[in-house]
Design a protein around this ligand. Structure first.
Ligand code: OOB
Length: 521
């Protein structure tokens, strides 16, 4: 596939020889007993046999539309059984789903469709008060497939067809595209091959103790790497467990599902963990089935980390991961101290870690804080169709510059200490400052914009936009409406604006975001 940077030959040979990469494909992860419940979503319950059949029949339907191995299909669906069916159908065909989040709007989706040259765009009719068909009408894409009322588009239900023979993908093919949190003006796509992503989910399932008797509750967007494959939905299928899809992490919905389905495992971001700690003190729902709560996506403070086992009655696992690849997990048998105060250690013995001075690129002394660089059997070697960005994001010998500032303990565990990238982590949702600044600059009253994170007790960070204006300054409300009209996902909208006369500058003349951030504390 053009625009995809493969691993160098010698690395690929080594990953195969050492058993990290296999020939197993993403479409073959349904390994549970055929009669067992694989998936529960709303009032739908599908056995492994039923889910397999629906995936195969839907693959035949996409094939009839003309979707083939090597194609890309943008998928933007909420946590429904249809999402899982569509995902499995596409990876079986070797047509890579481009996994957008339900919150994305025209600005993001339009770009993703164009960048990926998508053959099709798959959506739910409506969700969360938004009509995705409206968005689809403004796009230039060959096929729009709708779960629900399709209007003038193709109904997902109509893609139910008798199984056909089709070309199987190669394990080295790109199986799925994940979205990067991003640091630049435009979103980036992360190609994940069948063999690297299968390794990602299978190795994770092993390290996290996934087993056939588990019930995995999904409260994060199913299209996010954490919920999908760390070990997530796919890891649960691979061990023959049961997946329960929840619409959100709100205790109102999630606690009832835990009680009703006897959920044993769940992955959340820190703001949800905090909400659960609070809600558990007054809720009368029975959470005793919960065995493990994975928390990641943003840093979990040591205080709440220590509370989780006491209040929720389950073990905690910290997860420091990225869609680009590298996953760090605290281990199930780690001492409480490490589980509470670190973000885990790398998943794979083949993960290579370097911690360097972000300015000089030189390794820092053991135990000191530096930027985390990494290379390994499930970490990308390049973003899709982004040569200039790749030249900056990777070292010449193929290490990915994570932009995370970490320190390593003698045990190998990493502690996340901050960030060297121009991004805001709003409770696990990532906002590229440059992207938001670009949108703000399009406003007639905005002469210059600089976006920084401001500390927040629940979200970790919220977004503050410093603005230099011409004429009457816009209100926060006006700016949000402006961003909505531009089709920008709402989690990227600023929480606060600060109008200033000019920006503080660094000695080389760049805007000093450090100083702007300091003004907020
Ligand atoms: C996960 O993936 P992304 O791609 O949404 O975001 C990755 C970035 C990391 O580079 C880091 O800056 C931050 O999110 N992050 C954490 C963290 N986990 C992720 N920062 C501090 N502490 C943590 N535990 O967020 C993701 C992917 C797979 C599994 C879990 C999370």
């Amino acid at each position: 596939m053009d625009g995809f940077t493969p691993w160098p030959e010698d690395f690929a040979a080594r990953y195969i020889a050492e058993g990290y990469w296999s020939d197993r494909l993403l479409g073959d992860v349904l390994r549970g007993d055929p009669a067992k419940t694989a998936l529960i979503a709303g009032d739908q319950r599908l056995t492994y046999a039923e889910l397999d059949e629906r995936a195969e029949r839907t693959a035949a339907g996409f094939h009839r539309l003309g979707v083939r191995r090597g194609d890309r299909v943008v998928v933007q669906m909420p946590n429904t059984a249809s999402f899982v069916v569509v995902f499995l159908a596409l990876v079986r065909l070797g047509a890579a789903p481009v996994l957008a989040l339900p919150a994305h709007r025209h600005s993001e989706i339009g770009y993703l469709c164009e960048l990926s040259q998508a053959r099709a765009y798959v959506i739910a009719d409506r969700h969360g008060g938004f009509d995705y068909r409206e968005l689809a009408r403004a796009l230039d894409v060959e096929h729009v497939v709708v779960d629900g009322d399709a209007a003038e588009f193709t109904a997902l239900a109509s893609l139910d067809a008798d199984p056909v023979a089709y070309e199987r993908p190669d394990p080295a093919d790109v199986g799925v595209f994940l979205l990067s949190g991003g640091t630049t003006g435009l979103p980036k796509l992360i190609p994940r091959t069948h063999r690297d992503y299968v390794y990602n989910l299978e190795a994770s399932a092993e390290v996290c103790g996934w087993s056939a008797d588990m019930v995995y509750l999904v409260v994060l967007p199913a299209a996010h790497n954490f919920a999908l494959a760390c070990p997530g939905i796919l890891g649960t299928f691979a061990v023959g467990g049961t997946v329960v899809l929840a619409p959100s992490g709100s205790p109102d919905e999630a606690f009832g599902l835990i009680e009703r389905e006897r959920a044993t495992h769940c992955a959340v971001v820190p703001p949800i963990a905090l909400l659960w700690l609070d809600a558990a003190t007054w809720s009368d729902e029975d959470l005793s089935s919960l065995r493990l709560l994975q928390v990641g996506g943003a840093k979990l403070a040591a205080g709440p980390a220590a509370q989780i086992p006491k209040v929720l009655g389950c073990a905690l696992q910290q997860v420091f991961g990225m869609a680009e690849g590298l996953l760090n997990y605290t281990r199930l048998d780690d001492p409480a101290e490490l589980v509470e105060t670190t973000q885990g250690r790398p998943l794979s013995p083949a993960d290579e870690i370097r911690i360097v001075d972000p300015d000089t690129g030189e390794p820092v002394p053991d135990g000191e804080v530096g930027e985390l660089l990494t290379r390994g059997p499930y970490t990308l070697r390049g973003y899709y169709r982004a040569p200039e960005h790749n030249a900056r994001s990777f070292t010449p010998d193929g290490f990915y510059r994570t932009g995370d500032l970490v320190r390593r303990l003698p045990s190998g565990h990493l502690v996340v200490e901050g960030r060297a990238k121009d991004q805001i982590n709003r409770g696990g949702e990532k906002i590229a400052a440059e992207e938001l600044e670009g949108h703000l600059l399009a406003h007639l009253s905005v002469h210059d914009a600089a976006v920084v994170g401001m500390p927040d007790p629940v979200m970790g960070e919220r977004t503050c936009a410093f603005l230099v204006v011409r004429g009457e300054p816009p209100t926060l409300r006006e700016l949000k409406e402006f961003l909505r009209d531009r089709g920008v996902a709402d989690y990227k909208w600023p929480d606060r604006i600060e109008v200033v006369d000019s920006f503080p500058r660094t000695p080389v003349g760049k805007i000093s975001k450090k100083e702007l951030a300091a003004r907020l504390t």
